[in-house]
Structures are given as structure tokens and as C-alpha cells.
Ligand binder design. Structure first.
Ligand code: ADP
Ligand code: MG
Length: 210
């Protein structure tokens, strides 16, 4: 599929399905090192995003669709992750401009802007055991794939693979940001829930493009 407004809708629809399917798993991860609501938060936000996308005019641009998702996530997810994912989608829309179709280079710019938005909002660095630990390898893998001539679907698949590995790699880390940081050393040995939801959302983006 070309990366157009229909792709944004297909992405969020697949993302809502994946988050819904893994809701309890995300809650459990968050119960271990947080307050147990990450699955609920994300499930509510993704469902609302799909509803909001369904109400956009038929000629809405990908930029408008991404901004609609951003606003919906900010207003419905709550917690730490709502503003972070909301900022990610808001910033992701910027490099898209008024394009009706997103090419490989723009896709890398979109993912980079999303990650940079999360970092500027939450001030987490790689290794702090947050969603940044899934986004950063994803952006690096996307850029490498694009540089080697990969298609947008292949770029997204490389990003999703790297995000999954990044999420696994949060397990031994000690949290330095967010609620999990209150646990100090006891946060080690658990996967960060936000890195796991990031991996699910990037996999959904790849599936929607394939
Ligand atoms: P809350 O912690 O308010 O209950 P959620 O449970 O929905 O919110 O989200 C928790 C996730 O948010 C964490 O797993 C982590 O990935 C992410 N997170 C928390 N703080 C930050 C931060 N400062 N920067 C990046 N990600 C963060
Ligand atoms: Mg929580």
C-alpha cells in the first residue's frame, strides 16, 4: 500500500487491534514496575483514534490524519504515555507537510520527528528504560534501511524488528524516568511497558504498509 491517508487509518486500525489483543500483557508489565494501567490507557486511546479518523473528511491529508490521532491520544490516554505518544504523532505530521503520499525519506523523517518529540517532552535518554529505548533503535534501523534502498514497507518492518529488540533489551535496565524509576534497582528484570506498546504500534504500521 502507498503510505497515504488510508495507510494512516489502516495503521491505527491494526494498532488498536494489536493493543486490544495485548491489553492485559501491557497492564501486567505496568503492574510490575508501575501502576498497571498502560494497557487500559493505550486501548482507550487507540480505539478513540480509530473513531476520530473515521470522522475525517474523505479528502483528509495524511498530515491531518496524524494530527487527529495526536489530539485524540492527548485527550484520551492520560498518564505519562498520553502526552508522549500525542507529541510523537503531532511531530510526525510535520515532515509530511501537504504530501498526499509519504516516500521513504519522509517516512524516516516522520519516525525521527516522533522520537525527537518524545525525547523533548519526556527528557529520557536511551538506557533510561522507557519507550525511547524502542523508538531510538527503530529510527536507526529505518534510516539504515532507507539508505540501502528499501521500500517504505521494508523500512517499517526494519523499524518494527528493531523496536521489538529494543523492548526486550529494556529488561535488565534500571528505570531512570517515569513511575518505574521510583522502584530504583527493583525495576530491573522487567520489560518497560511503553517500549512494548511502541513495538506493537510500529509492527502495526509495517503490517498496514505491506
Ligand atoms: P503512567 O506511568 O502515568 O501510569 P502509562 O502507564 O500509560 O503512564 O505509561 C508508562 C510508560 O510511559 C512507561 O512504560 C514508559 O515507556 C513511558 N514513559 C514514562 N515516562 C517517560 C519519559 N519521561 N520519557 C519517555 N517515556 C516515558
Ligand atoms: Mg501506568
Amino acid at each position: 500500500m502507498a503510505l497515504d491517508t488510508n495507510w494512516v487509518s489502516a495503521w491505527l486500525t491494526a494498532g488498536a487491534a494489536a493493543i486490544g489483543e495485548h491489553k492485559q500483557e501491557l497492564n501486567t508489565l505496568d503492574r510490575e514496575i508501575g501502576d498497571g494501567d498502560h494497557g487500559e490507557n493505550m486501548d482507550r486511546g487507540l480505539r478513540a483514534s480509530v473513531d476520530a479518523l473515521g470522522k475525517l473528511p474523505a479528502d483528509a491529508t495524511p498530515n491531518a490524519a496524524l494530527r487527529s490521532v495526536a489530539m485524540t491520544l492527548i485527550s484520551t490516554v492520560g498518564g505519562a504515555s498520553g502526552p508522549l505518544y500525542g507529541t510523537a504523532f503531532l511531530k510526525a505530521a510535520e515532515p509530511v507537510g501537504d504530501r498526499t503520499e509519504i516516500d521513504g525519506a519522509t517516512l524516516v523523517a516522520l519516525l525521527t520527528a516522533a522520537r525527537d518529540g518524545i525525547v523533548s517532552r519526556g527528557k529520557a535518554e536511551p538506557g533510561d528504560k522507557t519507550m525511547v529505548d524502542a523508538w531510538t533503535p527503530a529510527v536507526d534501523a529505518a534510516a539504515a534501511a532507507e539508505a540501502s534502498g528499501a521500500s517504505p514497507a521494508e523500512i517499517l518492518s526494519a523499524a518494527a524488528d528493531a523496536a521489538e529488540q529494543g523492548a526486550i533489551a529494556t529488561e535488565p535496565l534500571v528505570a531512570r524516568k517515569g513511575r518505574a524509576s521510583y522502584l530504583g534497582e527493583r525495576s530491573a528484570g522487567h520489560r518497560d511497558p511503553g517500549s512494548q506498546s511502541t513495538a506493537l504500534l510500529l509492527r502495526a504500521a509495517a503490517e498496514a504498509a505491506g
